[in-house]
Design a protein around this ligand. Structure first.
Ligand code: ATP
Ligand code: MN
Length: 467
């Protein structure tokens, strides 16, 4: 076969130099046609769009043509020609075809329209579907948007460790990291495991958040963000929780509550606008096939001002709704941790736009949040989104050593492994604030997918770590 430099489909479809000799490589999506002429749709992943290859049957060997089946990988040389029927401006009139990889009829993606559940069982192949190709390209674009946003604002990308010996939020949800022989654990007289001989000489886990290390960095570099894998062993089988997910955690020195909320809002809007500008074809596909309200919802978020709502007012609204006959599964009262049905009621039915809820009761929030003067609430911010519920959890951090220690004692938090964190408050402490955004929650919103397992290549959930 003649060597012609490969053109990606995304670039090929933009070309206008009809008559040029071109080469494409990719996987067969469909093949149709008559005894005389076949139309083969090829996709190479560079775009959701296929290029149509026109095959004059009599010019090719019958044995070769037999191998052009759904899923097969081809290299095609041909002439770029204007297209009449393919839905694209150009197509390829094939001159030479090589089958790089044949694909028999056991290939599970024969016909279109598989359920999401079925596709999860073949997660190793689902990136070859239109939907998952679109999701994965958008996932990439969102990662780029995140780095661009922070870089342009002068934030430094900071790498927090993945293995940690401290627990940010309270034990019980962490995956342990050990090289000990689990069949032969050394225990002391109380039956507690002795970690002295373990790899790190103490109990270690996978991180549930890079925030504490992020705070160290922010109080040195001024403004940083982390963006990395995060692990939670919570046994909650919901459409919004993964055991392994990616989190973005900016942390900013000298920021107060209002600057924090501004950053949260600006950041999400930037990412959504980036998707609208850079993922048009993929969004158009998802809008058509998965979620007809998608693009309108994305534009809505970019063009709307988020509501900023104190928790206490939020509870009043929910209590009024209950008084007016609205039924919630979980009770509403001042002090309750809002369930996702409550959050969604506020966002989807009451305000009909994103809500940043602030000033939560301290009992339902983490120890490090800045305490308000009232003695009851803390400067936490949850950003609540339509369809998703909580997309961001953030707060102003308590910068006073004494207040922080008092709270730690109140909650009985074991601090022996956290001396380094307290040092930030001891040596030149400063006001600072930050938040955590679940990357996959953002992707749920941007893609219109409804299950978090479908916006990450290989989901890790309870009883599932296949692939
Ligand atoms: P939720 O109440 O939804 O369980 P959380 O309050 O435990 O979340 P935070 O500890 O505030 O979450 O984490 C910050 C962000 O990380 C959340 O706003 C969410 O976007 C994301 N997140 C938290 N847990 C998960 C998870 N298990 N899977 C995916 N994303 C998550
Ligand atoms: Mn939270």
């Amino acid at each position: 076969m003649e060597t012609i430099r490969r053109t990606k489909v995304v670039d090929l479809l933009k070309r206008t130099d009809v008559g040029a000799q071109v080469n494409v490589k990719g996987w067969v999506r469909t093949r149709r046609g008559s005894k005389q002429v076949n139309f083969v749709a090829i996709n190479d992943g560079s775009t959701i769009n296929n290029v149509q290859v026109v095959v004059d049957v009599e010019k090719f060997d019958a044995d070769l043509l037999k191998l052009i089946t759904t899923g097969a990988c081809l290299s095609v040389n041909g002439t770029l020609v204007a297209s009449v029927g393919s839905g694209q401006a150009v197509e390829i009139q094939a001159t030479e075809i090589e089958v790089l990889g044949a694909c028999d009829n056991t290939y599970p993606l024969q016909k279109k329209g598989h359920s999401m559940e079925f596709l999860r069982e073949i997660a190793h192949l689902r990136p070859r579907t239109n939907t998952f190709g679109a999701v994965l390209r958008i996932r990439h674009n969102m990662a780029i948007a995140i780095h661009k946003f922070f870089h342009e604002k002068g934030f430094f990308y900071f790498h927090a460790p993945i293995i940690t010996a401290s627990d940010c939020e309270g034990a019980g949800q962490m995956f342990q990291v050990t090289t000990m022989n689990l069949y032969d654990l050394k225990k002391d007289e109380n039956g507690s495991i002795i970690y002295d001989d373990d790899f790190f000489g103490k109990q270690a886990s996978l991180t549930v958040s890079g925030q504490l290390e992020g705070e160290l960095a922010a109080t040195a570099l001024g403004a940083i963000y982390t963006f990395g894998p995060t692990f939670r062993a919570e046994n909650s089988n919901t459409p919004r929780h993964l055991a392994e997910f990616w989190m973005i955690e900016p942390e900013v020195a000298f920021a107060d509550l209002h600057e924090l909320m501004d950053l949260e809002e600006e950041f999400i809007k930037y990412c959504v606008q980036w998707a609208l500008d850079n993922c048009r074809d993929d969004l158009a596909f998802l809008n058509k096939m998965v979620d007809p309200g998608l693009i309108e919802r994305l534009q809505g978020v970019v063009n709307t001002e988020f509501v900023r709502l104190p928790y206490t007012e939020g509870i009043k609204i929910l209590e009024e709704a209950v008084a007016n006959g609205h039924k919630f599964e979980f009770p509403v009262y001042w002090g309750c941790d809002l369930a996702s049905e409550h959050e969604r009621f506020l966002v989807e039915e009451h305000f009909r736009k994103p809500v940043i809820m602030i000033d939560y009761p301290k009992e339902i929030k983490a120890f490090y949040m800045k305490q308000n003067e009232d003695g009851k609430t803390v400067q936490g911010t949850d950003v609540l989104f339509p369809q998703i519920g909580e997309i961001i959890g953030g707060s102003v951090r308590e910068e006073s050593y004494d207040k922080l220690m008092a709270r730690i004692k109140e909650l009985n938090i074991p601090m022996k492994d956290m001396w380094w964190y307290l040092d930030t408050r001891k040596y030149g402490t400063c006001p600072h604030a930050g938040f955590g955004l679940g990357f996959e929650r953002l992707l749920l919103f941007v893609t219109g997918m409804t299950n978090i397992r479908d916006v990450i290549p290989f989901p890790r959930t309870p009883r599932n770590a296949e692939f």
